[in-house]
Design a protein around this ligand. Sequence first.
Ligand SMILES: *Cc1c(COP(=O)(O)O)cnc(C)c1O
Length: 231
Amino acid sequence: MSRLEELRANLAQVEDRVLAAAEAAGRSREDLTVVVVTKTYPASDVDLLVELGVRDVGENRHPEAGDKLAQLQRPAPRMHFLGGVQTNKAGAIARYADVVHSVDRAKLARSLSRGAEAAGRELGVLVQVDVDGTDDGRSGAAPADVPVLAELVAELPGLRLDGVMTVAPLGAPARPAFDELVRLSHDLRRDHPDASVVSAGMSGDFEEAIAAGATHLRIGRSILGERPPLR
Ligand SMILES: *Cc1c(COP(=O)(O)O)cnc(C)c1O
């Protein structure tokens, strides 16, 4: 089977699962966006995904993400940046990302704002939340810090507050974390009605994320295949 056919089959399988989970939750497929996470896979795979109709891809590392976009033969999909961002890389990421899902501190928001302004672009921003709120070194703002950080993002030039994101805790059930994120999203939308994105769910837990109310699913391995272990 060619890589194109393999990706087509995997996309179709994921689509079936997304549809089934949406139906079970009484939700509409149109309210869900699948971000296909292409990290570690080559630009040629992104081109094939675009050929298959994928419009949103996710990457978690700089400069891999920008390099890959520069190598594409087909029109670029929307680029979602998902990973931790060192403040000194924010300017470069602001030049090519369309949405950054991983903003968890004021300093990073300010650096992205300066970068977006310098590039004459508007960058979508999700506030990444560490919903269990423990100081365990995981990325993400504590839930109590979300309102102030979100307000800052909404006010900074060059940034558009799109919503919230989380990664489920390792070794614990995902659903309570997703439920908590959805509660935070409801609170946020009282002051920021357009910040409706709830980014949650990966290959292992996207059905639970759909049940909880996520709008954006970040799916890598189920579509591209298992990644080699990180160096
Ligand atoms: C890699 C990654 C994903 C995708 O994970 P899979 O298990 O490959 O579906 C989603 N979100 C983030 C933040 C990631 O780094």
